[in-house]
Write a protein that binds this ligand. Structure first.
Ligand SMILES: Cc1cc2nc3c(=O)[nH]c(=O)nc-3n(C[C@H](O)[C@H](O)[C@H](O)COP(=O)(O)O)c2cc1C
Length: 176
């Protein structure tokens, strides 16, 4: 799919829809070295921090993707047309620990424009990100006791802020 470069000031998305309904893939690692892994995400946010555009993602330490997020400096967040719902489902229930789930899902990893972590040929939106901040969530900081119910295994997410260094997307992601 031919994607166009989009300045962050011209980027337009229905962010809640994108995360909560459409879902996305979070991919950490290095394409050239052949070391990367991906998983489906539906929690996160997009905004500005320290004067830079950023995406925030949350990854449980139990995910195989977690070790790639820890070891490598960059990651991508990618969105797909509805026809790839099945692929995103598969990538959100199977682990890269147990085999080549990306090939099984029928997706094609490809080089990004500015970072080492891969994008996907089938994506309609690619956010290329460089890690700015990481921190494990602290259970004692939860202000609503109901939040703890998300963690029966106490596998509290690690939060990552990634500076968005490039955006590529279909025309619908560009405004102005
Ligand atoms: C719709 C959906 C959303 C998900 N969102 C997240 C998320 O935001 N953070 C997370 O740690 N896991 C999330 N998961 C779970 C991972 O995608 C899942 O555990 C995946 O199999 C991990 O793969 P890996 O072991 O190869 O990293 C989600 C799963 C689905 C199906």
């Amino acid at each position: 799919m031919a994607l166009q470069a989009i300045e962050f000031t011209q980027f337009s998305a229905r962010v809640f829809q994108l995360f909560d309904r459409q879902w996305m893939l979070l991919t950490g690692g290095d394409f050239a070295r052949g070391e990367f892994n991906t998983m489906t995400i539906s929690w996160g946010s997009l905004g500005i921090v320290w004067g830079r555009p950023f995406v925030q993602v949350l990854v449980r330490p139990t995910r195989h993707t977690h070790q790639f997020m820890e070891r490598f400096d960059t990651f991508t967040v990618t969105a797909f047309p509805e026809q790839y719902r099945g692929a995103l489902n598969l990538l959100g229930v199977k682990s890269g620990r147990d085999g080549d789930k990306i090939a099984q899902a029928g997706l094609t990893p490809m080089v990004s424009t500015k970072i080492a972590a891969p994008a996907f040929a089938e994506a309609e939106l690619v956010l290329e990100c460089r890690k700015l901040y990481r921190d494990p969530l602290e259970a004692q900081a939860f202000l609503d006791p109901k939040i703890e119910a998300n963690y029966p295994q106490k596998d509290y997410h690690t939060v990552y802020f990634g500076e968005i260094v490039a955006i590529r997307g279909e025309a619908k992601y560009r405004t102005g």
